[in-house]
Write a new protein. Structure first.
Length: 152
């Protein structure tokens, strides 16, 4: 395994066997854990002191608290995403620059997938507008959807 460390603008290249790489990985985790990284990126420590509500948030499925997530840096189950959504969205935006997954597509397949995503999004927005009885917005969305489907 090849590892490049940059400390104080000093670059060091290490060539390690599997066993030494595991040991180095554990050493790095202890020095700068994932939870510390997440906490630093999301200003969780500052936020937690200001907002006691965070401490009370708990996943109904696995019982993981948001405070535990802060410590270990991992969610307990898929339901944690919903339980902690309010706090994860700003974190994801800060780490990835967006809270929506754009993914990567093979060459030539981007346009049909993008159009499908757009039409799915329009359908969801149309349904919500109808449920809220926002009929003018619903009509605009319906027209946009028809135009998108006409282009296919």
């Amino acid at each position: 395994m090849h590892l490049t460390e940059i400390i104080d603008e000093q670059m060091t290249e290490l060539h390690l066997c599997e066993e030494c790489a595991k040991a180095k990985s554990m050493e790095m985790e202890q020095q700068f854990g994932l939870a510390d990284l997440l906490a630093g990126l999301s200003d969780i420590s500052k936020q937690a002191s200001e907002d006691k509500e965070i401490i009370k948030v708990k996943c109904p499925n696995c019982g993981l608290t948001y405070e535990d997530f802060r410590k270990i840096g991992r969610l307990g189950c898929s339901e944690c995403y919903n339980a902690f959504k309010k706090y994860l969205i700003p974190l994801l935006k800060r780490i990835h620059g967006s809270n929506k997954h754009g993914g990567k597509f093979p060459a030539g397949s981007v346009k049909p997938l993008k159009e499908k995503s757009e039409s799915d999004d329009l359908r969801v927005r149309l349904q919500k507008a109808i449920e809220k009885e926002e009929f003018e917005e619903a009509a605009k969305l319906r027209d946009q959807l028809k135009e998108l489907e006409r282009k296919k």
